[in-house]
Design a protein around this ligand. Structure first.
Ligand code: 4AD
Ligand code: MG
Length: 441
């Protein structure tokens, strides 16, 4: 008999029919002579009642997370989760299992020690399914809109963001870094492909320990020729609204599941999709922060506190544009002598930055000057016997047919954190990289 997935059991057609399925023990209870098992697989849970004395004896020693196959008859039963129950006729046990070390409500250290087992939880699986849909739908939007997916390197020789957050690795007899951003490589690709995107791991050796910083995260980045900042913001807003609304449709049950644990109620998310997203300048943001009583001046960078204050009362993301050039990277296009043509997209309810984007400095002389200003001209690489500046290739992009262009980077885990209303970014990933011991497992 062909085994089915658990979710397929919940169908009027299956009532009073025989089914066969496989899974793991999620809960078990002994009531009188009977054993009630709740079995889970990737698709859901179902209650199984074991009445036959021989089977009861066989099943008795199975532990939580023990694995088995069940053949039995489906009965409608209002008391069972989902309204159907399976009465077991045959059970094959693959592994009785050992006493499971996790029971729910563990300390963080215990969860970390057993994270490879903790990720089996239904709550975590729901978050991962939502992540799967978000990424799929984002990709889908860009592909439909004519963008090419490209595959930039992870081992790199140049910094894209602050050099202080680089992870250094040995590359034979050279120094290499783990990529902070694919941006510079995407910029090289737009001359032939026009509009490109990539999804890669990015690495940041940030010293700050916050609930929204990972040392390794998934970075969705786009870059396009001829795009202005306005074009870019439009694409960001449209693609995110599409991805979120389609994810809500596809993952109703998973949102239901996380809602019961203080997670997102999708009704709240709908506001974010239905309303237009406002644009404010950095200067306006500073004024509003001062009014809220924060100790900031024009020129202060925004950390978690500032972004939290700016967005706590909002129900949609906002674009903050025109940051002081000193706060932003060397590659951003100057709007004037003070500010750059950039935006940060801040998620509402205190979540803060989820996307950063800008028009790029595309004029050779200006970029060359900025690379000097940022002290990046001293970095050299060896090719054969020749030593050349590490950013020469990047400057070459402005030597041979340079054009105005723009791009952005979106942190998938930051997006997911807001979409699912999570407390901490660690639970957006099965094996997050954080400080102190978080390389295990
Ligand atoms: O603002 P960032 O540093 O911008 C760049 O890397 C650009 N080169 C991207 C580009 O234009 N192609 O990072 C972009 C996004 C942030 O908005 C944030 O969502 C996420 O990456 N991010 C992190 N997510 C988790 N943990 C961290 N430590 C992150 N640092 C950045
Ligand atoms: Mg940023």
């Amino acid at each position: 008999m062909r085994p089915i997935e658990i979710k397929e059991i919940f169908d009027e057609e299956k009532n009073e029919k025989e089914v066969c399925f496989r899974g793991w023990v999620y809960r078990r209870r002994i009531i009188g002579e009977k054993i009630f098992l709740v079995i889970r697989d990737a698709s859901g849970i179902v209650q199984v009642v074991v009445k036959d004395p021989e089977l009861v004896k066989k099943v008795q020693p199975i532990q939580i997370e023990g694995s088995l196959a069940v053949k039995g008859i489906v009965h409608k039963d209002k008391r069972a989760p989902g309204g159907f129950e399976v009465e077991a006729k045959e059970i094959e046990i693959f592994d009785y299992g050992k006493p499971f070390p996790l029971r729910g409500r563990e300390e963080l250290d215990t969860i970390q020690k057993y994270r490879h087992l903790w990720i089996r939880s239904r709550w975590f699986s729901a978050v991962q399914k939502i992540k799967h849909s978000l990424v799929k739908n984002l990709r889908e939007w860009y592909i439909k809109d004519g963008w090419y997916e490209v595959f930039p390197p992870i081992l790199v020789g140049n910094a894209c963001e602050e050099t202080t957050t680089l992870f250094e690795v040995k590359y034979f007899d050279q120094k290499a870094y783990l990529s902070q951003s694919a941006q510079l490589y995407l910029e090289a690709l737009i001359f032939s492909l026009g509009k490109v995107f990539s999804l890669t791991p990015s690495f940041r050796a940030e010293k700050s320990r916050t609930r929204r910083h990972l040392h390794e995260y998934w970075h969705f980045e786009i870059e396009a020729v001829w795009y202005t900042l306005e074009d870019l913001m439009k694409v960001v807003e449209e693609s995110l609204k599409y991805a979120i609304s389609k994810t809500i449709e596809e993952r109703r049950e998973d949102f239901e599941l996380i809602k019961t644990k203080n997670g997102r109620n999708v009704e709240e998310l709908k506001a974010a999709i239905e309303k237009p997203w406002k644009i404010i300048t950095y200067r306006e943001a500073i004024e509003s922060l001062k009014k809220s009583g924060l100790n900031v001046e024009y020129g202060s960078d925004f950390g978690a506190d500032e972004e939290r204050t700016l967005t706590l009362q909002l129900d949609t993301p906002i674009f903050v544009v025109e940051y002081p050039r000193k706060l932003k990277a060397f590659y951003m296009l100057d709007k004037d002598e003070n500010v750059v043509k950039n935006f940060d997209l801040l998620a509402p309810e205190g979540y803060g930055e989820i996307v950063g984007g800008s028009e790029r400095e595309w004029r050779f002389e200006v970029l060359e000057r900025k690379i000097k200003e940022w002290n990046l001209d001293k970095l050299k690489v060896k090719i054969g016997d020749e030593e050349i500046p590490a950013y020469q290739w990047y400057l070459d992009l402005r030597r041979f047919g340079s054009v105005p262009h723009s791009g952005m980077g979106l942190g998938i885990e930051r997006l997911l954190m807001w979409v699912c209303k999570l407390e901490h970014i660690r639970d957006t990933l099965p094996f997050p990289r954080l400080r102190e011991g978080w390389l295990y497992p």
